[in-house]
Design a protein around this ligand. Structure first.
Ligand SMILES: Cc1cc2nc3c(=O)[nH]c(=O)nc-3n(C[C@H](O)[C@H](O)[C@H](O)COP(=O)(O)O)c2cc1C
Length: 283
């Protein structure tokens, strides 16, 4: 079947868009955005889902999700990423234990692990009897991490468009060596991010979470450092959101706790060594 290029641009419900924008930006919400279509409306509604029903996610749905992921742009078309689909409850439980022991990973019917994958392209070099020393550099590691991240976000949007819920899992990098063994990754392949996917449980209380005002993130032509007061205002907005979730806490302390020192990286301060051990020296 031949398909011609087309753009999806239907007009979604204006009240629903206003609601999402209000939740996302609070008082800093733009008055109107005429360019919001169904795709963007879906993106505006995103929330991480950490409680799933027992309903399965079909193989067909995962095929569509991976096709969407593979349709993302990829650096120099090198496609230097892969994804491991975990459904086996025992392997999922073992992966969860290695990834911060997060219950929602066990609960989700599907756990995808996006992989920075230079093993495949190394094999191409071997097949053609050509050198591949360029893979040993940090730039190549970054390329595959960016590729995996870009693909993962396409997967997230695809899943959400099917009515599924997702939560990313960065903790797959807590124990990257053991997780790589569990998933039987070859040398040159490294876990970047996991994604729990399932049907959102009605009890899941998470809602659209406020983000920084757009004018803090969006710099016109050149960079402008935000005023401390603007960050303070966002602290208040996020605190109010978390209060609705049962535990008010502002944003800045979360950031401070994650950047304070080596210990705040929760074991991930040895990433360079782990990459090297996994065949990605990242020089
Ligand atoms: C790369 C990445 C890693 C993440 N890792 C985790 C994780 O290990 N556990 C978790 O509960 N949430 C994780 N999250 C979800 C974030 O906490 C969440 O996206 C953020 O708090 C914003 O909330 P929202 O997605 O509901 O808007 C991760 C998100 C990203 C993008």
């Amino acid at each position: 079947m031949t398909t011609s290029p087309s753009t999806t641009s239907t007009t979604p419900d204006a009240d629903a868009i206003d609601e999402s924008l209000g939740a996302r930006y609070g008082d800093a919400a733009p008055d109107t955005i005429e360019s919001v279509n169904d795709v963007i409306a879906l993106q505006l509604r995103h929330r991480s889902v950490r409680q799933f029903t027992s309903e399965d996610v079909s193989d067909d749905a995962v095929t569509a999700i991976v096709a969407a992921a593979q349709s993302a742009s990829t650096s120099s078309n090198m496609q230097s990423w892969s994804v491991i689909e975990i459904r086996d409850p025992e392997r999922k439980a073992a992966a969860s234990e290695l990834a911060g022991d997060q219950e929602f990973i066990r609960q989700a019917p599907v756990f995808l692990v996006f992989i920075a994958d230079w093993a495949r392209n190394r094999a191409i070099a071997k097949h053609h009897d050509q050198p591949d020393a360029g893979i040993d550099y940090l730039e190549s590691t970054l390329v595959s991490f960016v590729d995996a991240g870009v693909a993962a976000q396409n997967a997230a949007i695809a899943a959400e468009s099917l009515g599924l819920g997702i939560t990313y899992v960065g903790s797959v990098r807590n124990n990257p060596i053991a997780l790589s063994e569990l998933l039987e990754l070859p040398a040159g392949a490294f876990p970047v991010a996991g994604m729990a996917i399932g049907h959102p449980h009605p009890d899941d209380a998470a809602r659209v979470k406020p983000r920084l005002p757009q004018d803090i993130v969006r710099h016109r032509e050149t960079y402008t450092t935000p005023a401390d007061s603007a960050i303070d205002a966002y602290d208040d907005a996020l605190s109010a959101y978390y209060a609705s979730q049962g535990s008010a806490r502002p944003w800045s302390p979360t950031v401070l706790a994650r950047v304070r020192d080596e210990a705040s990286l929760r074991g991930r301060h040895v990433m360079r060594e782990a990459l090297e051990q996994r065949g990605l020296p990242s020089k």
